[in-house]
Design a protein around this ligand. Sequence first.
Ligand SMILES: Nc1nc2c(ncn2[C@@H]2O[C@H](COP(=O)(O)OP(=O)(O)O)[C@@H](O)[C@H]2O)c(=O)[nH]1
Ligand SMILES: [Mg+2]
Length: 271
Amino acid sequence: MEGIQSFLVCDLLLFIGISSNHLYQGRGLSAYIPNLSVVVLAYRSATTIPSFVDSLISCLEASEPDWEIVLVGNYFENTGDQTPQVVADLAKQNPRIQAVTRPKEGMMGWDMKSGLDAASGKAIAVIDGDGQMPADDVIRVYQKLQEGHLDLAKTYRVQRGDGAYRKLISTVYNIIFQGLFPGLNSRDINSKPKVMTRSAYSRMDLKSNGWFIDAEIMIQARRMKFKLGEVETVFNSIDSRPSFVKPLSVLEFLANLVWYRVLEFLPKKHP
Ligand SMILES: Nc1nc2c(ncn2[C@@H]2O[C@H](COP(=O)(O)OP(=O)(O)O)[C@@H](O)[C@H]2O)c(=O)[nH]1
Ligand SMILES: [Mg+2]
């Protein structure tokens, strides 16, 4: 009898157009596709990530209740980094959260790609989980994406709390970027959160394993003539640790810019 009842309920739901997928919020039960996946880069953030996730969830619940969070807690072995356990615990407590905890095979770009690959949402956001970017930016940028029917939306930083040196190198970097890749309607290439549609993401083929991945996203967006939009933000300082970006990273950025400029001249050998 119970079998017949549930059969009838399922039929009724299908009849009125509610997919049975929507009955399940937990991952693994179905191929449920949330409206928004938020990929949070949580490298070495064991002590701070729980409170960041709390504030992110509050923002999401207020504006896009159909969310999932992908916490990227990849780690270098034998470093004593507690992040993988912390993010795995958060995921255990909430079926809408998943944790990616793999031994690292690359740096920030590799982490970002591992999170983006795990995300299943119709739109995908990526943000640093170290608290320098307000969690609320995810929603502001997501709304910009939706209102403008854009392919990709992001923030640009009008104020930076991470010091004059970082502000200077960022300004010079963006000027060089604009010179090499003109016509892109973007003021601050490295700023996050970045939010893109699933269709935009599936057209990209990201290769970078390091800091350059933000630029790579924008170079591919330019090549594919994505519809872009930006909203202002404030970038906070960080007190718990020094920035992971080292002076040598500047050279890495410049070398990559030149290399990717050359690649842009090669016909169709890359996406
Ligand atoms: N340096 C570094 N950062 C990583 C790595 N993997 C992921 N990240 C993330 O990169 C983000 C930005 O790093 P951060 O040092 O805060 O850069 P800044 O905010 O530009 O000063 C952080 O949220 C990290 O989670 C990695 O292997 N190395
Ligand atoms: Mg940071």
